[in-house]
Structure formats: C-alpha cells, structure tokens
Design a protein around this ligand. Sequence first.
Ligand code: THU
Length: 155
Amino acid sequence: MKGLTLFDHLEDLDSESKYLVHKAKEATHLSHAPYSKFHVGAALLLEDGSLVMGANQENASYPLCMCAERVALYSAAVQFPGKKIMKLAVVAHKKNHKELSGATACGACRQVLVEYEQRQKSPIELVMMDEGKWMKCPSAASLLPMSFHSSHLLD
Ligand code: THU
C-alpha cells in the first residue's frame, strides 16, 4: 500500500509515534470489555499538541459496543472543536494483559476517520500493530478506498 511504512520493533518508530503508542497502551486500562476481553486503547494527537485518549466500551447489548478509535475521535471533536487531528495510535491486548495484540482499525472506524480527514482537509496518520509488525499509514483514506462520503447524499 502506498506510503505504508513497516517496522519490526516499536523502538524503530519516531519518538512522537512511540509516545502515542505508550499513551494508547495506558488507555487500554480504561477499556470496558467484559464480553470480548479484547482491551483496545487509542491515543490521538491534535495540532496544538493536545492528547486525547479512547478505549473500547462494550455493553451487554453487544451491537452497542464502541471501538476505542471512535471514542477518542468523538471525544476530541467535542473537547477540542476545530482542532486538527494529526496522528492516532491504536493498540490492544487480550485478557492476560501481557502481550500486545494487533488492532488495525475496523472498517467502521476507518469510515469515521475518513470523514474527519475530509472535514479538516488534512490526513490523519495512523500507527498500528499487526502480526508483530508496527506500521505507519499516511492517512485513513489510504486504508479505505472508495469510502462513502457526503457528496453521495446530494441530489
Ligand atoms: N475494537 C476496537 O476498539 N478497535 C478496533 O480497531 C477493533 C475492535 C473493539 C470492539 C470490541 O469492543 C472489541 O474490540 C472486540 O471486537
């Protein structure tokens, strides 16, 4: 994929990305995931340096569960209106809390991310881990070609 960079070790990432991953790891402790036991944390960086965290919030009514990424995005939108989102990191761990698991932003979160990119007219860099490799993606749009967007709703 165009612009995707892969790293074998977390230490190989730039210091800003490492810091965001560190905060995303912290956010996993705010996860409410008694059903999946898959604890996801997200941390995003705004243009003014502010940091916003998110963690998945599950519910006994399963379809109401909300991903960590969207918790962080919606929180940023209301706590810091108009501030551009520069970068988002997401990590997860399973029940034992020992090793990190891959979490690569589900399709729904990608769709939401893409609309934030369109609203702010700039890409959101994504830092994620999958199959033991760390990756930096230049934008959500690069992960969701042909996404649905507002112009589809126009007459
Ligand atoms: N989940 C996230 O929070 N982010 C992702 O990128 C993938 C999935 C959550 C949703 C649900 O609470 C749990 O992980 C299992 O799918």
